[in-house]
Design a protein around this ligand. Structure first.
Ligand code: ATP
Ligand code: MG
Length: 239
């Protein structure tokens, strides 16, 4: 039997606890939303449950598509078990459609389909506001090896295909998303963290309505009913 141990990390969206298995962590999803690198912060009742359920459902979909992740199982509405990783301090962002900081940086409208998916790296360092970096920075700062960079990009493209297929069935257009990877006890690169409307831009396929955290970032409305709708649609396409 797995049992919950001490709190080892408290982030903005989740708490990580040790377990009696040194390779397994116990995660609690919190009712907290943040934006602007933590400058904007609110307690949102029900958000922890929704993100835990959405992330778990997505990792299960990916597993069926042959894509491995740190996800072991959902324990309760707000908790899950994951394989413990030594995290790579990178946000791996894939963009299918212009939006957010990308649209701003290049002076483009949002919603333009890119000719091919664009992968970007951001260095995870809150105190620096997660700066945009390239492969040379990753190598120079020894965040990952050249082989690992290639592996990260390949995995991200494959995850994109699987997510596009899944979301399409749910009537959702996948605009962009952020992934985090870690190395497991054997040194193997594994997809970790979460995939949820906090970490993806999801637009309704017919209306282009935002079904993601941009509602919160931009004060456009309540995220809870919209996250519920994403979960409902993902549950409806389960085999
Ligand atoms: N399998 C894993 N093993 C170890 N750490 C993980 C794993 N998956 C995710 N994490 C890390 O756990 C933390 C999750 O907490 P949360 O998402 O709340 O953090 P955060 O507020 O985004 O802060 P941070 O800037 O540290 O990511 C992150 O630091 C994330 O990188
Ligand atoms: Mg996080």
């Amino acid at each position: 039997m797995i049992s919950k141990g001490e709190l080892i990390y408290e982030g903005k969206a989740k708490q990580l606890f040790a377990t009696n298995d040194e390779n397994v962590l116990w995660v609690e999803y919190l009712n907290q939303a943040t934006a602007l690198n933590g400058l904007k912060k609110d307690a949102i009742l029900g958000k922890g449950e929704l993100n835990n359920q959405i992330t778990s459902t997505i990792f299960e979909h990916l597993r069926q598509a042959g894509i491995k992740s740190h996800f072991i199982k959902k324990l309760s509405k707000t908790e899950q078990l994951i394989e413990k990783m030594t995290m790579i301090p990178l946000e791996v962002v894939l963009r299918n459609v212009t939006a957010g900081s990308f649209a701003k940086r290049f002076g483009l409208d949002e919603g333009i389909n890119l000719k091919q998916p664009i992968i970007e790296f951001y260095y995870k360092a809150d105190e620096l506001d997660d700066p945009f970096i390239n492969d040379a920075h990753v190598l120079n700062f020894e965040l990952a090896t050249a082989e690992e960079i290639a592996e990260l990009k390949q995995a991200t493209l494959e995850i994109n295909q699987a997510l596009i297929t899944m979301f399409k069935k749910a009537g959702i257009r996948l605009i962009d998303f952020k992934l985090e990877f870690g190395r497991n006890a054997k040194g193997v690169l594994v997809l970790a963290d979460e995939i949820s409307p906090d970490t993806c831009r999801l637009w309704d396929a017919s209306t282009n309505e935002h079904l993601d955290k941009d509602l919160y970032r931009r004060d456009l409305g309540d995220i809870v009913p919209v996250y519920q709708e994403v979960l409902r649609r993902l549950d409806a396409i389960k085999e």
